[in-house]
Design a protein around this ligand. Structure first.
Ligand code: ADP
Ligand code: MG
Length: 619
């Protein structure tokens, strides 16, 4: 075939293949245009998940009649000077409108402040018509109908209307976070409307917009970040680990105000939370990076979602460092959502009352009598303890000290009493232990709150941290078994464990192959105390099988530490003496990240006295 120059329409359709992947990409491009035009109000209307209709109305600068034809032509932009390395607007490629017009029926109506009338231009499957005068006020209305009618192959890849509509909402919300001074609304037959009011300036306005998008609980469960390194500034909010989600859709990153979905940034976030959150859970994070435009290339992806940093190591270090520091500074902090859920459970009188009550409302004014009654009932219901706890002290005398080496010394006097509460303990963050209930929950009291600790989760976290700390300094002490424990295992597992025998020895676990299908355990980590070596070895084999290739040695070490911590932890069901409980609380206070267990669940919940008083109508 002879070589021919492609037609303009074909060139645009090829570009559309990259820029416009689905209806949400159209919305993203059009909303970006409105923002670049200085709009303070942007309205998005869709139908059929955006496949039938997308209409974006803004109150921005508008386009003059003489420029409308250029606006829909390829490589025409008002946003770029001669320097492609100095990009400040969201758009710069001059590709979006011609691409959209080549695969749909696009109409662009616009009026500038100076113009005597509005003008409309349309592009249907690449064919331009207009501009012609049309009545309208200021700003621009971009309307896209029958997306991909001109490229039916692409149409086949569309998801359901619902899925496409929700992808559009995600795009709008993602952009909206970076522009709190703009009012965004989203409506249409395919969705429930969203209206994000413009918020005030500064970081409080930013936080207000973030709560509009992510919900009111987010600010209560997040720590502000503000860090700078070599001229790169990082601000935003890091959700506490206990406030985690099942997917990464709740992670928002912006580079100079541009929403990005950048693998390096995601990787840095994952790294920052690696120790405090389960692998299949995701933190909620909002990060704004401000960087000299010359040090970042935004022109690496047609949809402008990826960026390339001149110094990726610097950016990663900044993100990981700032998030870790924020989480560390916040010390131990349980998710308020846990405490709120608990308060609501009390208010509702446990599971018996199906009617949800808005917080606080039932106790003021015309508090319903039977609401009061159900609360009373639930509070005084006898506790269904499986193993009744002696009424005298609540603690069995024979409990063994469980804490590992180096732990705060447990008082030798095992007959501790809960009757006198040491004053100084009340002012500690986790207070003074008062009781252990249901053989797993430590109830403690501070000056102004009541705290419930999940002893198994808390101890697991402490052992994990101690294992990791010890590992970095020297091999951990091991305890020789008098009779080696023989564990039968599939041959692959034996091999896998054998390969890592040296690593495991650093943790104090001494193993060696014992014939073709078995492992002999000769030593166990002293730190873990009495453990079920059989089960530990099997669990380790599973962990290593899962993480061997992907994460390298560092990854395995963390998983091995986590598995061991789980085995060495105080199991629920173990009675603790008062000294043991208090020692556990003190260790939690000293250990960074102890507010969540290794799986990201909270290790304790705090109920403020004033909330308790509210429950009883005292406030
Ligand atoms: P880019 O945004 O990369 O410049 P587009 O194809 O998206 O390319 O838009 C082309 C041009 O049309 C823009 O540079 C801008 O001048 C103009 N334009 C597009 N949308 C609007 C709008 N909503 N308000 C004002 N001008 C607009
Ligand atoms: Mg654009």
């Amino acid at each position: 075939m002879p070589i021919k120059q492609l037609t303009e329409t074909i060139i645009n359709q090829i570009a559309a293949g990259e820029v416009i992947e689905r209806p949400a990409s159209v919305v993203k491009e059009l909303v970006e245009n409105s923002i670049d035009a200085g709009a303070t109000r942007i309205e998005v209307v869709t139908a059929g998940g955006g496949k039938n209709l997308i209409r974006i109305t803004d109150n921005g600068s508008g386009i003059g009649s003489d420029e409308l034809a250029l606006a829909v032509s390829r490589h025409c932009t008002s946003k770029l000077t001669d320097n492609v390395h100095d990009i400040r607007a969201l758009g710069f490629r001059g590709e979006a409108l011609p691409s959209i017009g080549s695969v749909s029926r696009l109409s662009l109506r616009s009026r500038t402040a100076k113009a005597d009338s509005g003008y409309e231009i349309s592009v249907h499957g690449g064919r331009q018509e207009g501009p012609r005068p049309t009545p309208m006020n200021g700003g621009t209305i971009a309307e896209v109908r029958d997306l991909f009618f001109a490229t039916p192959a692409r149409l086949k890849f569309m998801k359901t209307d619902r899925a496409e509509a929700s992808a559009i909402s995600d795009v709008v919300k993602r952009i909206a976070i970076a522009f709190p001074h703009i009012r965004f609304s989203l409506a249409g037959s395919d969705r429930t409307p969203i209206d994000l009011a413009a918020t005030g300036p500064g970081s409080s306005g930013m936080l207000e917009r973030i709560s509009q998008v992510l919900g009111r609980e987010f600010p209560e469960n997040a720590i502000a970040i503000d860090a700078e390194r070599d001229g790169v500034r990082l601000t935003g909010f890091a959700g506490i680990p206990a406030f985690n989600r099942g997917n990464s859709l709740h992670q928002f990153a912006y580079v100079n105000g541009r929403p990005v979905r950048d693998k390096q940034i995601w990787g840095a976030i994952r790294g920052a939370y690696a120790d405090v959150i389960a692998r299949d859970r995701h933190p909620v994070v909002v990060l704004f990076l401000n960087i000299d435009p010359a040090l970042v290339d935004v022109n690496v992806h047609p949809a402008k979602a990826d960026v390339r940093f001149r110094d990726p190591g610097l950016v990663r270090g900044l993100i990981v460092g700032a998030i870790r520091e924020a989480l560390g500074q916040s010390g131990i902090r349980a998710a308020t959502s846990g405490a709120d859920a608990m308060l609501n459970a009390f208010r509702l009188g446990g599971a018996e009352s199906a009617r949800p009550t808005p917080a606080h409302q039932a106790w003021r004014g015309n508090a319903a009598v039977n609401q009061n009654y159900s609360v009373e009932r639930s509070l005084y219901r006898p506790l269904e303890t499986e193993r009744p706890v002696p009424a005298s002290s609540g603690f069995s005398e024979g409990a063994q000290p469980f804490l590992y080496d180096g732990a705060a010394a447990i008082a030798a006097d095992a007959r501790g009493s809960l009757d006198e509460v040491p004053r100084e303990l009340l002012s500690a963050p986790l207070g003074a232990a008062r009781a252990q209930v249901h053989a797993n929950y430590i109830v403690s009291q501070t000056e102004d709150s009541l705290i419930i600790v999940d002893q198994h989760a808390a101890h697991e976290r402490l052992v994990y941290e101690a294992l990791k700390t010890a590992l970095h300094s020297r091999p951990l002490p091991a305890q020789m078994l008098l009779i080696p424990e023989i564990v039968d295992l599939p041959e692959e597992d034996v091999e896998r464990l054998a390969v890592h025998a040296e690593t495991l020895a650093r943790f104090g676990l001494g193993i060696e192959p014992f014939g073709p299908g078995a492992i002999a355990v000769r030593e166990t980590p002293s730190m873990l105390g009495e453990i079920d070596a059989q089960q530990l070895v099997r669990d380790l084999a599973d962990e290593i099988a899962e993480h061997d290739t992907s994460n390298g040695l560092k990854g395995i070490l963390d998983h091995v530490a986590a598995t061991m911590a789980c085995h060495g932890s105080v199991r629920s069901g173990r009675r603790l003496k008062p000294e043991e409980m208090n020692a556990l609380l003190r260790q939690m206070e000293e250990t960074p990240g102890s507010g969540t267990c290794n799986h990201g669940r909270p290790t304790y919940i705090e109920l403020k006295l004033r909330d308790i008083e509210r429950l009883f109508g005292r406030r």
